[in-house]
Design a protein around this ligand. Structure first.
Ligand SMILES: C[S@@+](CC[C@H](N)C(=O)[O-])C[C@H]1O[C@@H](n2cnc3c(N)ncnc32)[C@H](O)[C@@H]1O
Length: 328
């Protein structure tokens, strides 16, 4: 009886882990541009040769691909991609593959450190320079969903000056600046590498300025009609969040809007993903847990900001956009 239970449990764990194979396959395919290589019927030998890869390992990856329906055999030892719509696009095309890369190279290895960290009672250190580019790129995937809510508010309030703090690659600014050509946009970003990308991506736009700056050493030259803080709150230590809200409120013009995109966790209704984000952030001594809904409301109230709205961006990830208005 006991042995049967053991088998059932082991089987359940294996079954539950099956989706990992799809992610693993897609990650390897994205990282090495293999789906592109197999866009037309190709032998493993030719692909291994063209990309200078280990042929046996490639053959194993192909075998898994066939068994999960990402590749198919098309005769004469040649293989080709199948179900193209399920596969990540190749690198540099705003591909969803970058999310896989972040999960596989950063999130999962970090979560696997839990036993060691718990035993030794110490945390890892998040190397911002190493991960800044990937993290900035994955954050951009949210843009499509969050952007319309920002654009609507910007239009409604007729904002002339907009500041984006921790602007990453400047995706929001770029889109907004195109739609609102008479609004002046400034993005500040701490990582020089990411600043360089943001500058290159917005170089055609006359109404955009990107600056390398740490938000803690920065003060805008003029009052702002909108300040955005998108996916940055987890970089802010807990005790500094309320003071930061006060500071940002002081940078706003009267009736200016503070607009924040962040996952929210901490309530019993938080999604598993939002909770596991928190496990991830908590693994580092320089990243901090996500805000709770009540905290976001309280920090605004304490800073003289009137709560405007809290709307869902991605339900499964627990992502929201919160907006406040300054009332003098
Ligand atoms: C997760 S990314 C989000 C990028 C962008 N706002 C978006 O939502 O697509 C967070 C960005 O904040 C930047 N950042 C972190 N701490 C900062 C600070 N103290 N001052 C300025 N930027 C900072 C990071 O380098 C990173 O590019």
């Amino acid at each position: 009886m006991i042995d049967i239970m053991k088998m059932v449990k082991a089987r359940t764990y294996m079954k539950r882990n099956e989706p990992f194979l799809y992610s693993w396959h897609a990650y390897v395919g994205y990282e090495l541009d293999l789906y592109k290589a197999f866009e037309r019927p190709m032998t493993q030998y030719d692909v291994a040769d063209a990309l200078s890869l280990d042929e046996q390992l490639l053959a194993q990856w192909v075998a898994v691909g066939v068994s999960i329906g990402y590749l198919k055999e098309v005769g004469r030892n040649r293989y080709q991609i199948k179900n193209r719509w399920k596969l990540p696009k190749s690198k540099g095309n705003n591909s969803s593959g970058v999310l896989l890369k972040e999960m596989m190279e950063l999130h999962i290895p970090t979560l696997l450190e839990y036993p060691k960290m718990m035993r030794n009672k110490n945390r890892l250190h998040f190397d911002e320079e190493e991960h800044a580019a990937t993290v900035a790129e994955t954050s951009r995937l949210l843009e499509i969903l969050a952007y319309p809510k920002m654009a609507a508010r910007l239009k409604e309030k007729n904002c002339r000056r907009v500041l984006d703090i921790g602007c990453g690659e400047g995706g929001y600014i770029k889109k907004l600046a195109g739609k609102f050509p008479s609004t002046q946009f400034t993005g500040i970003e701490i990582s020089q590498e990411v600043v360089d990308t943001a500058k290159a991506l917005t170089k055609e736009q006359k109404n955009v300025t990107i600056e390398q700056a740490d938000l803690w050493d920065y003060t805008p030259k003029a009052p702002q009609d909108m300040i955005m803080l998108n996916n940055v709150l987890h970089y802010i230590p807990l005790e500094k969040r309320q003071p930061l809200f006060k500071e940002l409120a002081s940078w706003l013009a009267n009736e200016g809007v503070l607009s924040i995109v962040t996952p929210i966790a901490g309530g019993p209704d938080s999604t598993p993903f939002a909770n596991v984000f928190n496990s991830f952030f908590s693994s580092f001594d320089n990243l901090y847990r996500l805000p709770k809904r009540e905290e976001l409301i309280e920090w605004g109230e304490e800073s003289g900001l009137e709560f405007l709205s809290l709307r869902t961006v991605i339900k499964e990830g627990g992502w929201y956009i919160v907006q406040y208005e300054k009332k003098s």
